[in-house]
Design a protein around this ligand. Structure first.
Ligand SMILES: Nc1nc2c(c(=O)[nH]1)N[C@H]1C(S)=C(S)[C@@H](COP(=O)(O)OP(=O)(O)OC[C@H]3O[C@@H](n4cnc5c(=O)[nH]c(N)nc54)[C@H](O)[C@@H]3O)O[C@H]1N2
Ligand SMILES: Nc1nc2c(c(=O)[nH]1)N[C@H]1C(S)=C(S)[C@@H](COP(=O)(O)OP(=O)(O)OC[C@H]3O[C@@H](n4cnc5c(=O)[nH]c(N)nc54)[C@H](O)[C@@H]3O)O[C@H]1N2
Ligand code: SF4
Ligand SMILES: [Mo]
Length: 756
């Protein structure tokens, strides 16, 4: 393992403020950093005022970014697991040759559909993820997944069927803002979240509604906090939607011209018993009705749902019901409501297509439901996954049932992890390949959903990588070459075209080759990196794949790019992006354009399967706590010092160092648990020892643990690095999941708490 002193040297002058982005959540706020005198670490950070979306804003976490770059557990060499289970360093040539041979052998024996690809994105590492096609294309990989298939696929599926895209809220302008199972004070999810929430709270004309069993920091600032009983949002939302219909509050004029399927929705909601919804959700009927009236009367409403409902009972149904509330009241396609953004990163295509080969799970956005993956490995089924390539993700830690994941990893014929650290997942893999960090290569923000102006941010590297790690682009291209997927002489020929006539000649030569050999399209990202990459400014070689993305983007969006004041050509956009290290606005739209995204120009209100599920709610009894497991555990809460598993060094946390179990004072007293005492939390799948924090924000019967803890970090010379905090997914299991898209119910895991 490396020491800090061995890692990274900078090519920049010390003392300069360099532009980059924070990588601790998907917003990727613009950051200016100053490097340490030795140029090896990030010494100071401040907000980047020139960033088009964050505009100088940073939250408390960004000042701790150096804990990502400067780490004791940095992987510097490819590692191979020996027969005794220990890891040995191997040369890149060896690792690439052996991996290529093993994966092609699995492909030749069982087909590409037996090789699974997981990750390639995560919290950062978005741009490098685009190169994976170069190696998994030639392998014929058919099935893949990533973290989106354990949180967002239900929302994607509903949104795609209703709107043909993923609507986002205009929180800056909305009169009424609703956070549903979302705590932006800690987790963000919208730019400048803390400032934005304060602005709404201060403005007497605007209303903030927070729906959360916990009195969160966001709820503290809300005008209305609906402290729903855990896991019972479906009844609350059905009650609100039913109020709108039963009290005649729907915006019928708007619906008549902008929506279809309205009559079916209204007749379903007319039959809902609102009093029963009140009893089951724990929210008074009068409050359900008055909140629904407020939404109906508002000039504009914007809603943000997140994990509190997405990782919970009825998750897909809840994604639908909350949309019925604001579509019935006409809050789409106007300022302050909801829009569909145009972005260069294509994350929001929630199309349904196909099923997973063993369990038959619905594929949304081409992703296998995360909760099904282990069951598609641990089986004799002939179509099981037999090999796996994982990059920039830590599924053994982050997906349900960590124990099952460890077993599944060992059952594979070949498993490969590409990461910067020896993660919980890497520790189960046959090969671990070291990647350069996100500050040692070009990287880009992909969750860009701003409107009417949307932006793109390509970050330039801050550090020269140390010897050993490689960019993902290089790794995938080397694998493709070792698999024999790059025809002899092709790179030389394309290089010649590039030398003779620049990008245009290269593009023509590449297209001519692809016409001859259509199979080449799989390795295009790698070819762009190899041929176009060296012509790009210092350190930006791996942004080459964006050039292809810009050409494609321009076919559908030239008008919006021109409106943003850029040259509306693929090359023009690409060059503008390269020249803007703090990011730039790349599209400008206006509100009428939002309607063009909708199939037939209308919102489809009636989703028959989910309407049927709605009609069953009054007859359904909410799951009651059992005497064996009297608590519902919210397994994986966002707190002020959590960032998935991106940061491993426990010292980065200024507060809540051990990731305490939050528990209501009455529950704590009953169990004889004092502040700071030790407890054991157990579920049907496992136990974790935790430190207790008594917290009156929690409801009785509801406890929470942070996400991202329970990770290893070396603290000395010991062979086994110690683990810090409780790992939430040692307590979860795969069957606890949504019936439509398989998203986990991590926020309501039946659990028992005991003093130890
Ligand atoms: N600080 C920090 N920020 C992050 C991250 C991080 O690790 N740390 N991770 C990022 C990622 S990957 C994501 S996806 C987002 C997630 O962001 P959020 O979804 O906001 O995060 P959570 O804290 O997991 O869950 C939100 C809320 O759901 C509530 N909740 C629990 N049960 C229920 C319920 O039954 N009903 C309702 N209505 N609410 C319930 C919890 O009390 C909590 O306040 O955060 C991102 N931002
Ligand atoms: N119980 C429970 N489980 C949860 C959650 C929860 O609330 N409760 N939250 C879930 C959510 S919403 C999410 S998004 C997932 C996140 O879980 P994952 O998608 O697995 O991602 P991260 O924990 O963010 O880990 C990212 C990995 O990328 C590596 N990495 C960092 N930089 C680079 C790089 O430049 N290149 C490469 N190749 N690798 C790099 C890091 O070392 C780390 O191993 O966790 C989920 N798990
Ligand atoms: S909101 Fe905070 S964690 Fe997220 S990118 Fe911005 S500074 Fe980083
Ligand atoms: Mo997430």
């Amino acid at each position: 393992m490396a020491t800090a002193a061995q890692i990274g040297k900078t090519s920049k002058e010390n003392g300069d403020w360099l532009s980059t982005a924070c990588i601790l959540c998907a917003l990727n706020c613009g950051v200016k950093v100053q490097l340490s005198a030795d140029g090896r670490s990030i010494a100071r950070t401040r907000g980047d005022e020139s960033h088009p979306a964050s505009k100088g804003y940073l939250c408390n976490k960004a000042s701790r970014l150096n804990y990502y770059q400067d780490r004791a557990n940095r992987l510097l060499s490819p590692m191979r697991r020996s027969s005794d289970g220990s890891y040995e360093e191997v040369a890149w040539e060896t690792a690439i040759r052996e991996i290529a041979a093993k994966l092609t052998a699995v492909r030749d024996a069982h087909g590409g559909e037996s090789i699974f690809y997981y990750g390639g994105g995560g919290q950062g590492n978005h741009l490098p993820g685009a190169y994976a096609r170069t190696s998994i294309g030639p392998l014929g990989v058919k099935y893949r997944s990533n973290a989106l298939a354990q949180e967002k696929t239900g929302e994607f599926w509903v949104a795609d069927r209703m709107f043909g895209g993923w609507p986002h809220g205009d929180f800056e302008q909305a009169q009424v803002v609703v956070f549903l199972g979302k705590n932006p004070w800690q987790s963000h999810g919208l730019h400048r979240a803390r400032a934005a929430i304060r602005e709404i709270a201060k403005d007497p004309e605007r209303t903030l509604i927070v729906i959360d069993p916990k009195r969160t920091e966001s709820a503290d600032l809300a005008d209305i906090h609906l402290a729903v009983k855990p896991a019972r949002d479906a009844w609350l939302l059905a009650g609100m939607a039913a109020t709108i219909v039963q009290e005649g509050l729907a915006n019928e004029a708007w619906l008549a011209s902008h929506a279809s399927g309205v009559a079916q929705v209204e007749s379903t909601l007319a039959g809902i018993d609102i009093a029963d919804c009140a009893t089951k959700s724990g929210i008074d009927e009068a409050v359900i009705r008055s909140t629904a009236r407020l939404v109906a009367a508002a000039s504009s409403v914007a809603v943000l749902e997140d994990l509190g409902v997405q990782m919970n009972r009825h998750s897909t149904l809840v994604s639908y019901l909350q949309r019925l509330i604001w579509t019935l009241t006409g809050h789409f396609g106007r300022p302050g409501t909801h829009y569909i953004a145009k972005g260069l990163g294509r994350i929001s295509d929630g199309r349904e297509g196909g099923v997973s080969p063993v369990a038959g799970g619905r594929l949304i956005a081409g992703l296998v439901p995360c909760n099904l993956i282990t069951s598609e490995i641990l089986t004799d089924h002939p179509k099981r996954y037999r090999a796996m390539l994982i990059e920039s993700a830590n599924p053994v830690h982050s997906l349900a049932d960590s124990a099952g994941w460890r077993q599944a990893m060992r059952a594979l014929e070949c498993s490969v992890v590409i990461d910067v650290a020896m993660t919980e997942t890497a520790l189960e893999a046959d090969y671990v390949l070291p990647a350069t960090t996100q500050f040692e290569k070009a990287e880009a923000t992909f969750f860009n959903f701003e409107f009417p102006d949307n932006y793109f941010h390509l970050r330039h590297p801050l550090f020269t990588p140390p010897d050993g790690p490689l960019d993902e682009a290089e790794i995938h291209m080397r694998l493709a070459e070792a698999m024999g997927a790059v025809p002899e002489g092709l790179e030389a020929e394309l290089n010649q075209a590039m030398a003779d006539g620049g990008r245009t000649a290269f593009a023509m030569a590449l297209m001519a080759k692809m016409a001859e050999q259509p199979g080449l399209s799989a390795i295009v990202p790698g070819l762009l990196y190899r041929i176009l990459g060296p012509s790009l400014p210092d350190g930006l070689a791996n942004s080459a794949v964006l050039w292809g993305g810009c050409q494609r983007f321009m076919m559908a969006n030239a008008e919006a790019v021109a409106a943003a004041g850029l040259e509306p050509t693929g090359d023009g956009l690409f060059d503008a992006i390269l020249a803007a290290p703090s990011g730039l606005v790349i599209t400008r739209q206006d509100w009428p354009a939002v309607w063009q995204r909708l199939p037939g120009g209308k919102v489809e209100m009636a989703l028959p399967d989910l309407l049927t599920a709605t009609t069953k709610l009054n007859a359904e009894q909410p799951a009651e706590a059992s005497s064996e497991y009297p608590f519902l555990l919210s397994a994986g809460e966002r707190r002020s010092f959590t960032a998935n598993t991106i940061l491993r060094n426990p010292e980065w946390r200024r507060k809540d160092p051990q990731g305490a179990l939050f528990i209501n004072p009455e529950d704590a007293a009953r169990l004889n648990l004092g502040e700071g005492s030790s407890a054991r939390i157990s579920t049907q799948s496992g136990s974790q020892d935790v430190v207790v924090a008594v917290n009156d924000r929690m409801q009785r019967g509801h406890v929470s643990l942070p996400n991202g803890l329970g990770v290893n970090y070396p603290n000395g010379d010991g062979d086994q690095p110690p683990i810090f905090g409780a790992a939430p997914n040692e307590l979860t299991w795969s069957e606890l999941r949504d019936e439509y898209v398989g998203t986990p119910w991590h926020k309501s895991v039946p659990a028992r708490v005991e003093a130890i």
